[in-house]
Design a protein around this ligand. Structure first.
Ligand SMILES: C[S@@+](CC[C@H](N)C(=O)[O-])C[C@H]1O[C@@H](n2cnc3c(N)ncnc32)[C@H](O)[C@@H]1O
Length: 351
């Protein structure tokens, strides 16, 4: 009996080894087919928490169902062409020769969805050479709102892994001065590797608590506060975020976010621009933080307009709290609007 069971197990192992071998051979001989097949298999079967759904319905009304629907669909891989190293046309041609299918992101000239291509965008020669950076299109929005120019001094107060720093460097043609800061040493190492790969020379990396930048009062033309957050907007990329979702974490993040935005604002020159963003759609981490800044400074919110981007206005009332009315100039980017992650972006000017 025992002998028979062992032999059954051996047979099962042999057949599973066989199927692994045949899958590998198939992948080598017919990579495109495998890519499509893998994507079809990936459909999340996750349960969204009741409170998450209730809050989303309060924010979105009847559109909430579209939101829940798209959260079950995996993100389409996307990349941003690094124009510091290669032109858009040259990389497109090179990837087309390798049978990649790219679809342009309507609101970012360097952004493309990879409709068909390798499973791992991070394991290609082109990635190694820094010709592109893997980035969701929603994360490309904040640098696009910063009105960047080559001669400016820019602070990216919470920068790792460097998606937005890299984009800022590329928009500024690697001119000016960019300080990319992060508090965590392990995150700083990743930041360094990424910025080296894309060939950035105009960046200084610092490792400090971003709150310390308040001491550099009035120094920067532009400040980006891409704040640490609960990650509510990245459920499509990381379905585990739906499991981990816990509104009790919002006050903790909100406290850090308020300190960071205050420090960033203090480091800004009069007339300068600060952009605040998170990959969360919780008002406690977004509108509440902006409201706090408006109440404690002379900041003015500016309207964000990006051609080709669909978005919703910031909320001015949430669960009995009333926020400054100008906050409706901020934008909420929901995954169903542009087939991206969820993002919040706000732009304020220092008087
Ligand atoms: C949302 S991530 C930033 C993503 C980054 N801007 C990008 O586009 O690749 C937030 C970062 O804030 C950092 N962070 C958290 N608390 C911080 C603090 N007090 N000062 C500076 N950085 C902080 C975290 O280590 C994390 O890397």
């Amino acid at each position: 009996m025992v002998h028979q069971r062992r032999s059954n197990t051996r047979n099962r192992q042999r057949s599973s080894n066989c199927s692994v071998r045949s899958r590998v051979l198939n992948a080598i001989n017919n990579p495109l087919k495998i890519r499509f097949k893998t994507r079809r298999r990936m459909k999340y079967n996750m349960e969204l928490k009741r409170e998450f759904k209730e809050r989303s319905r309060e924010l979105l009304g009847s559109e909430a169902e579209d939101y829940f629907q798209i959260l079950r669909e995996p993100l389409t891989n996307a990349l941003r062409i690094n124009t510091l190293k290669i032109t858009i046309n040259a990389l497109k041609k090179r990837l087309k020769n390798k049978d990649w299918e790219l679809k342009p992101v309507p609101f970012c000239k360097q952004g493309y969805w990879v409709e068909s291509g390798p499973m791992k965008l991070g394991s290609t020669l082109e990635h190694f050479l820094g010709y592109y950076y893997i980035q969701d299109p929603a994360s490309m929005i904040p640098p696009l709102t910063m009105d960047l120019r080559e001669e400016q001094k820019v602070l990216d107060i919470a920068a790792s892994p460097g998606s937005k720093t890299g984009q800022i460097v590329s928009i500024m043609n690697d001119e000016g001065l960019i300080i990319a800061n992060d508090v965590r040493i392990d995150r700083v190492s990743i930041l360094k590797i990424n910025l080296q790969r894309i060939g950035a020379r105009s960046v200084v990396i610092t490792r400090r608590n971003g709150m310390n930048y308040k001491k550099m009062t009035g120094f920067f033309d532009r400040v980006l506060v891409d704040a640490p957050c609960s990650g509510e907007g990245v459920i499509r990329k990381n379905p585990y975020a739906a499991v981990q979702w816990n509104p009790n974490s919002f006050p903790k993040f909100s406290r850090v976010q308020k300190k960071l935005i205050k420090a960033g604002y203090q480091a800004l020159k009069p007339g300068g621009l600060l952009v605040y963003s998170t990959c969360s759609l919780a008002p406690e981490e977004n509108e509440e933080v902006i409201d706090y800044l408006l109440k404690n400074s002379d900041a003015e919110v500016e309207q964000i307009k990006i051609k080709g981007l669909k978005s919703k206005p910031g909320v001015t009332e949430w669960q009995g709290e009333k926020y400054h009315k100008e906050i409706n100039k901020c934008i909420r980017v929901y995954p169903q609007d542009n087939n991206t992650e969820g993002f919040f972006v706000c732009k304020v000017r220092k008087r």
